[in-house]
Ligand binder design. Sequence first.
Ligand SMILES: [Zn+2]
Length: 176
Amino acid sequence: MIDAPRHLAVALPDPESVTASLDRGPRRAADLELVLRAWPGLRVGLEQLDGPGYLIILGEDRGEILVRAQDPLPRRRYTVAHELAHWYLATEISHHSSPDLTCERNTTLERWCEHFAAALLLPRQMLAADAAQIDGGNLSRAVPGLARAYRVSRQALRIRLNEVLGGLPDRFGRFV
Ligand SMILES: [Zn+2]
């Protein structure tokens, strides 16, 4: 458990276990429509936005995630996963539509939501098993292919690989 920000007044659960409990489908690329079926009152819409996206909480079990329409698909998927984390916290953990659950205000929350998004789209065990198939020196070269398989950006994949493996070898096999 992670210490909760004061306004939440509850401890935040481990995002790895929360995302592991969600049905994301058997494929590498998480089926976000399947994940979203757990919350029938939550919709996702595309809009012309300045930022990547945000969550509007309309009621106890109704909400809408707005995603920047002009972003590429991997970025939009990441945004949905991140906003879904805010939704999860608001509806499953804090049980009220706190106006503080916005993206800029609380870095503990933002880190939690980023962790949730990464764990949902790039499950630790699945990614570690993929990485184990690849010779360490070739891992960096495998990034584009893995990013396509998981339908995430290369940057998101690198960050998560770093986290899961505790350091990502560069193309010369050095850990960076
Ligand atoms: Zn956020």
